[in-house]
Design a protein around this ligand. Structure first.
Ligand code: DGL
Length: 280
């Protein structure tokens, strides 16, 4: 398969099941403006959070292959569910066959790295999709680095559909925001740091901040993922191919272009170029 893929390294690929990865893309573009990007949202098949391991792996691999075909040599899974359920299998089983020089990175590890310096109480909370919570990826990764930190998580299955349906700012959303925050704090009242372990959730941040106690620090992942990617590119000069188009980004979606433009323009303050594609 290697010879069929474009050889010259092109843009950095950023993938999510839907709009959530835009919260990561924005921070990466701010931190690394000298690269070009391709964003791929599988909006037609979102949410991934309630799907099985096998399906998330299959869909994520299709997206990675598409981004490789489009010229990306480095792909960021800007999706915790895909990072939890598909990243390792793709790195171990697929990349050696597709092209051992290409790379796929996730968002969980860079997020977890920052927590050790932030929590004082050593009790942290994770709000994430059902798939990410069930995978136990956060507690496993946290305990590899910080065995003394207690981790409790709550799945928030309604939050992604609210974002995907453009309801993030609307009144009915408040009920579901309060509900999952209260569940988390009932599990552990000593939590002083809450990780938003789904890239859609920063799009709900104004409402999350409204219902979470002031003494709890809420962590959105974007800036930590961007910092970690910058560091990765410094350590891997073979990936460090700067493009000439200066921070350009092409957007691809699996749903109708006009729906993507309408919803994404709420989150992105710019004119965007969107193409519809099929993943298979
Ligand atoms: N934004 C994704 C995540 O970070 C997935 C949301 C979904 O499709 O359920 O987990």
């Amino acid at each position: 398969m290697k010879q069929q893929l474009p050889y010259t390294p092109g843009p950095i690929g950023v993938f999510d099941s839907g709009y959530g990865g835009l919260t990561i893309l924005n921070k990466i573009r701010e931190r690394l403006p000298e690269y070009d990007y391709i964003y791929l949202g599988d909006n037609a098949r979102t949410p991934y959070g309630t799907r099985s391991f096998e399906i998330v792996y299959e869909f994520t691999l299709q997206a990675v292959n598409k981004l490789f075909e489009l010229g990306c040599h480095l792909v960021i899974l800007a999706c915790n569910t895909a990072s939890a359920k598909a990243l390792r299998s793709i790195q171990m089983n697929n990349l050696p066959k597709i092209d051992p020089e290409r790379r796929v990175l996730g968002v969980i590890r860079p997020t977890v790295e920052c927590t050790g310096n932030i929590t004082q109480s050593r009790h942290i909370g994770i709000l994430a999709t059902a798939g990410t919570i069930k995978s136990e990826s956060y507690p496993l990764e946290v305990h590899k680095l910080y065995p003394d930190i207690q981790v409790n998580g709550v799945a928030c299955p309604m939050w992604v559909p609210l974002v995907e349906n453009n309801e993030a700012q609307n009144e009915g959303t408040d009920y579901f925001i309060r509900k999952y925050i209260n569940q988390l704090l009932q599990k552990d009242s000593q939590i002083d740091t809450v990780i938003l372990g789904c890239t859609h959730y920063p799009l709900l941040l104004p409402k999350i901040q409204q219902y979470i106690p002031d003494n709890i620090r809420v962590i959105a992942q974007g800036e930590y993922v961007a910092e970690s990617l910058k560091d990765y590119l410094c350590r891997h000069p073979e990936m460090d191919i700067k493009c000439t188009k200066n921070n350009s980004c092409l957007f691809y979606t699996t749903e109708a272009e006009d729906k993507f433009i309408e919803s994404a323009s709420t989150f992105l303050n710019q004119q965007i170029n969107v193409k519809r594609i099929t993943l298979e």
